[in-house]
Write a protein that binds this ligand. Sequence first.
Ligand SMILES: *[C@@H]1O[C@H](CO)[C@@H](O)[C@H](O)[C@H]1NC(C)=O
Length: 311
Amino acid sequence: MRLVSPLLKLLSGSAALLLLWLLVGGFSSWTRSPPGPSPAGSSDLLSPSSYSYVLNQPGLCADRRPTLVAVVPVVPGDRTSRDAIRRTWGGAGALLTVFFVGLSVGGADDLSAESREHGDVIQMDFVDSYRNLTVKTLMIMNWVATHCAQASFAMKVDADIFVNVFYLMELLRTYPTRGFITGSVIRDGRPRRDRESKWFLSEDVYPDTYFPPYVSGAGYVFSTDVAEKVSLASRHVPAVPLEDVYVGLCLRAAGISPVYAHSFLALRNLFEVRHLEYDRCTFATRVIVNGFKPEELLRIWPDFSRNHLNC
Ligand SMILES: *[C@@H]1O[C@H](CO)[C@@H](O)[C@H](O)[C@H]1NC(C)=O
């Protein structure tokens, strides 16, 4: 549709070309697609029913009834990150941690043995690519809404994040249990219009100058009812290939404002989107810190888990 409309405008401007246009059967496409910017078509809308589970853990939350479920999007081949998380914050016992994967481009990964061993792998049949992260995030929301409403809170957290689960579990007691989402809120985001950018968005895909407030995708926490609200809103919100912005668009449609997570006294961001060098007492005052390789997580965790209370 997008290709046809500018073509039609060009052709209809000239009487000589009009004849050609009629000859090539343009008339029929004119009647089907009016000129001008194409409206958000149904092809831009995502639907949970488009994809199926390859592996699922449908009864996990009903059995465990966790206060918090952490969902980690990770590519199928990255077992190293999954194992590091299992042996560090993800296995700390206070929370339930699950891994959300798609299919690798080759489609050759079989995670069923790992899934039997750990019972924490959820796999769906979409291609696990950077451009499909929006699909993945929406499927995470849908999984939480469908299979984990028994948890009070959910967290979406990337695989390269340090999570201070001890501090987070304390904070959860102060959080509202409905309509609540918190993290590092970005209020002045706008689409990049230069085609060279990794985050390029055309005006066709996103016409507005600004993004609504959204939480940085590295890690954020929400009451589980938000997952269903985002899932429902997503039916009417055309997809953009920036997963955290997309959640922001769905939140706006659902009438939910993300809450910036800062400490009470110092205005410090509790969801640290930068990487910080490990320092036990600095990390004790953050919920997440960004940019950890698996071996680095494994290295710092024993000290942190044993000594974080001595700060
Ligand atoms: C996203 O996943 C779908 C379903 O597997 C696939 O058809 C599509 O090519 C993927 N898109 C990208 C950009 O990888």
